[in-house]
Design a protein around this ligand. Structure first.
Ligand SMILES: NC(=O)c1ccc[n+]([C@@H]2O[C@H](COP(=O)([O-])OP(=O)(O)OC[C@H]3O[C@@H](n4cnc5c(N)ncnc54)[C@H](OP(=O)(O)O)[C@@H]3O)[C@@H](O)[C@H]2O)c1
Length: 262
């Protein structure tokens, strides 16, 4: 009944080493079907979070204070594998998100796999309160996923500022429609970096294929929320652990896929 899942060890001193990063990437493969041509196949919806041992999703209001070198390496690798980084507007603004840049270690592999040099940034927002001078909006590939109920004046302001604003639902962004939109744009490898509200919506919609989770080796107590926020699910989602990695600093990286697969 019991079996030990052995952790693969990475040393924190080597997290910038290309060989270590490529070895990490080998532990986080997307399924082959996710590279289907645009409009065919269902994108793979991967989510990435870090939390403390006691379940806090932030420390001092940010996830960065829970991170370490190994976690930053996993974050980097997951981005290097993705076609699109989907993130809630609040997280993008709170965490000071910038346009994802090409990663020298992975540029050749991405070219070989027919991917753009760097993933696209896709922001999710109902209020469209994103400032028009928010720098990633200047990038031609950046997309804002919103809904019909979004304020028309904000939609106009962001569109006039050059942003691509796409409706995926009526009153709120429907994760199913968001994923369909990703598929039509040829983004089969989706990486959702949260935050907890967006993850809660995705769980409620039943679209989460995979959770990559870092346990930060600290106890922080306090009032920080959990990685998923929103109404309790009517029935639980079962997930199967497929990867366990540890680093010298005590961080534990797990990868869970849905059971059964979608
Ligand atoms: N530990 C980690 O790994 C991690 C990861 C990510 C974030 N965080 C932390 O989480 C905190 C933010 O939490 P949060 O729950 O507010 O984050 P969030 O999910 O990024 O942001 C919520 C906002 O995203 C938009 N949104 C999310 N789901 C939506 C939907 N279905 N339809 C339309 N809009 C939707 C809305 O934007 P509008 O308000 O613009 O309508 C909503 O207010 C920050 O402190 C951040 O640092 C931690």
């Amino acid at each position: 009944m019991f079996s030990e899942l052995k952790a693969t060890h990475i040393t924190s001193g080597s997290v910038d080493d290309p060989a270590t990063l490529r070895a990490l990437a080998d532990l986080y493969p997307y399924p082959p079907t996710s590279s289907s041509p645009p409009g065919t196949g269902t994108p793979w919806f991967r989510v990435n979070f870090v939390s403390s041992i006691d379940g806090a999703v932030t420390r001092n209001g940010k996830s960065g204070d829970l991170a370490g070198p190994g976690d930053r390496a996993v974050f980097r690798v997951l981005r290097a594998l993705a076609d699109v980084v989907v993130v809630g507007a609040r997280t993008a603004l709170t965490e000071g998100y910038r346009q994802p840049q090409p990663d020298d270690v992975f540029v050749a592999a991405r070219r070989r796999d027919g991917q753009a040099p760097a993933p696209t940034l896709a922001l999710v927002s109902r209020s469209l309160g994103i400032p028009t001078d928010y720098s990633p909006l200047a990038h031609p590939d950046t997309v804002i996923f919103t809904c019909e109920a979004a304020p028309a004046d904000r939609r106009r302001a962001l569109t006039d500022a050059g942003a691509t604003v796409v409706s995926c639902g009526e009153d709120t962004v429907d994760p199913e429609l968001l994923i369909r939109e990703c598929g039509e744009r040829g983004w089969g490898r989706v990486l959702c970096e949260g935050g907890p509200s967006l993850f809660g919506s995705a769980l409620a919609a039943g679209v989460v294929d995979e959770l990559c989770h870092t346990t930060s080796p600290m106890l922080v107590a306090g009032g920080a929320g959990r990685i998923a926020n929103g109404p309790a699910l009517a029935s639980q989602r079962s997930m199967r652990p497929v990867t366990v990695v540890a680093d010298d600093d005590g961080f534990v990286f797990t990868r869970w896929v849905r059971e059964p697969a979608r």
